[in-house]
Write a protein that binds this ligand. Structure first.
Ligand SMILES: [Zn+2]
Length: 84
């Protein structure tokens, strides 16, 4: 599915309704946007990642902080050993 559109003066871009419906994207949902060096832009449904290592596996949450189990264990170990 491909279409061409113009960017507004303020940098806004409206994703066509048929694409939003196909992808299951709803108003207000969070999206992740990344720019590549080849000039392309990738927009994906937001995915939680570990704040420390970027992993998407075995995530746990503490207040507003998202981190993976490995980083949690490393942090606990550092606290036990008096490093932090
Ligand atoms: Zn991690």
């Amino acid at each position: 599915m491909k279409t061409s559109m113009k960017l507004s003066k303020s940098g806004c871009l409206t994703i066509p309704k048929n694409m939003r419906v196909r992808l299951g994207w709803k108003t207000g949902m969070s999206l992740d946007i990344s720019a590549a060096t080849d000039g392309s832009l990738t927009i994906r449904k937001h995915a939680e990642i570990c704040r420390f290592c970027g992993s998407t596996q075995n995530l746990v949450y503490y207040r507003d902080l998202c981190m993976c189990r490995n980083c949690t264990d490393s942090m606990l170990q550092a606290v036990k050993e008096g490093e932090i």
